[in-house]
Design a protein around this ligand. Structure first.
Ligand code: HEM
Length: 527
């Protein structure tokens, strides 16, 4: 591997926890050297094993417990270390220190993933790809937990468990492993007009990248930047691969899957081992607070993107991946991202999908990683030291000195204090919020087809053909005719030719197509 050219405080921190077993004697977990790793302790040469064989017991017990649950979603992934370098200061918009000083480098760990498949599934599935970045900044960890498609499938977090249940293998027979080729997936999306924009992306070539190195990353939601004076701007995050965006066609994907289901994982690993470090331009779309309502969609709606013609992407930094993990489990598997891991100068919005995500990640990680102290796992540690009064719990590592672990206190005793804003203390961006407590969706969220149409129309002829073929292939796997009809009904709102073409191939008669009884929700807006 080429030498890492960048200073990396995270690497120094991880080194303290890294062991090299080469030329070392085997030991037990207590450090006792083991003299025979081939034979258990027995009562006589052909007799039963002895309970007192603590070496056998320790080895088998640890083995029995070496699996943890895979992620509920995004279970299949690959990660790498790298660096983020700022090329243009964003101090005008945000006080986040890692985005202020030109030339500043921040260590990062990035994990790419598919969404629906299990940890052992193929890399080449037609699916969205996760693009999650942990920035180890001097002000604490900042996580940008994004995807390679700029929009999401639903508008409200309360629908996420239903959507994932529809995407994952069906509960009775765990078939199919593929993300989208089945009744439950198409049933759900056909009943969910807001999903149609993302469905266009997911059926396009974007959903089968040639390489993780050749796909874009998006923060998806609108976030907030806050500068030193307290002024707020909305922001959308982008990563653009220096190698360009490339995909494989469906028949290539199926062949590659058959021959090497680790294709993306291997590609990323080998590129980094060979010094061909993957790079992305980091860009932002900045929207002044005053312009919040000037768009014909709602900035809080995660099924919409902000067109780059309306708000250009300003390129301000470079993300480089330059070091493979030493240990997949300790690093790639145990890393825990969370959209609520913020630093001063960045905040989230009231996007109802993002709001639900803020609850979900820590909650799931408590069961996935098994302890409230998972922030102490080396890959999750911030590079600045953690000081607080949280204590105890399973697997506690930090040894905190002192008599007092509450605040305020009059004893002192080594207790940490609240940081002033000027010293980097975090305060949520103040915002006026008043209204009736209601379970409802804003009227500004109801146009589900305009951007789906724009996306379809933006495709070149070969790309359109791929998208049509994807729909035909996927829908031909659907066994229930009413679901196929409903999907064609949705496509009809996007593009009539597309709907007619698909209908013909999947046995739906468009001329007789009535909107099925109540199956297209009333908020569908066939503009
Ligand atoms: C992973 C929940 C929407 C991107 C996860 C995980 C959960 C989850 C439970 C597993 C985390 C872990 O075990 O560490 C949700 C919920 C959502 C939502 C409830 C909506 C309400 C999104 C959206 C994006 C996204 C909109 C993209 C912008 C990711 C990524 C991962 C992930 C990239 C994998 C992180 C990794 O590599 O460890 N999500 N998610 N999710 N989610 Fe979401």
């Amino acid at each position: 591997m080429k030498k890492n050219e960048f200073p990396d405080q995270k690497l120094e921190q991880l080194t303290d926890h890294t062991t090299d077993n080469a030329s070392q004697a085997l030991t037990t977990n207590q450090g006792l050297k083991i003299n025979n790793n081939q034979d258990s302790l027995k009562a006589g040469e052909r007799g039963p094993s002895l309970l007192e064989d603590f070496i056998l017991r320790e080895k088998i017990t640890h083995f029995d417990h070496e699996r943890i649950p895979e992620r509920i979603v995004h279970a299949r992934g690959s990660g790498a270390h790298g660096t983020f370098k700022l090329n243009k200061s964003l101090a005008k918009y945000t006080k986040a220190k890692f985005l202020n000083e030109v030339g500043k480098e921040t260590p990062v760990f990035v994990r790419f993933s598919t969404v629906a498949g299990s940890a052992g599934s193929t890399d080449l599935a037609r699916d969205v790809r996760g693009f999650a970045i942990k920035f180890y900044t001097e002000e604490g960890n900042y996580d940008l937990v994004g995807n390679n498609i700029p929009v999401f499938v639903i508008q409200d977090a309360i629908k996420f468990p239903d959507f994932i249940h529809a995407v994952k293998p069906e509960p009775d027979n765990q078939i199919p492993q593929a993300a989208s080729a089945h009744d439950t997936f198409w049933d759900f999306v056909s009943l969910m007009p807001e999903s149609m924009h993302m469905i266009m992306w997911a059926m396009s070539d974007r959903a089968i990248p040639r390489s993780y190195r050749m796909m874009e990353g998006f923060g998806v939601h609108t976030f907030k930047f806050i500068n030193e004076k307290g002024k707020m701007h909305f922001v959308k995050f982008h990563f653009k691969p220096k190698l360009g965006v490339h995909s494989v066609a469906w028949d290539e994907a199926t062949k590659i899957s058959g021959k090497d289901s680790d294709f993306h994982r291997r590609d990323l690993w080998e590129a980094i081992e060979n010094g061909a470090f993957p790079e992305w331009d980091f860009g932002v779309q900045i929207i002044p607070e005053e312009d919040e309502h000037k768009f014909d969609f709602d900035l809080l709606d995660p099924t919409k993107l902000v067109p780059e013609e309306e708000v250009p992407v300003e390129l301000v930094g470079t993300l480089t991946l330059n070091r493979n993990p030493d240990n997949f489990f300790a690093e790639t598997e145990q890393i825990a991202f969370h959209p609520g891991h913020l630093v001063p100068g960045i905040d989230f919005t009231n996007d109802p999908l993002l709001q639900g995500r803020l609850f979900s990640y820590t909650d799931t990680q408590l069961s996935r990683l098994g302890s409230p102290n998972f922030h102490e796992i080396p890959i999750n540690r911030s590079i600045n030291t953690v000081h607080n009064n949280q204590r105890d719990g399973h697997m506690r590592q930090q040894i905190v000195k002192g008599k007092v672990s509450y605040e305020p206190n009059s004893i002192g005793g080594g207790c940490p204090f609240q940081a002033m804003l000027k010293d980097g203390g975090f305060a949520s961006q103040e915002e006026r919020v008043d209204g009736r407590k209601i379970r409802a969706r804003s009227q500004s969220f109801v146009d589900h087809y305009s951007q789906a149409k724009l996306f379809y129309n933006s495709q070149s002829e070969p790309e359109k053909t791929h998208l049509q073929n994807a729909l035909i292939f996927e829908l031909s796997k659907v066994t229930i005719p009413a679901i196929r009809e409903r999907v064609v009904g949705q496509l009809n709102f996007i593009n009539k030719e597309l709907a007619a073409l698909v209908a013909k191939k999947v046995g739906v008669d468009v001329t007789k197509l009535k909107q099925p009884n109540g199956s297209i929700p009333a908020d569908a807006d066939p503009k």
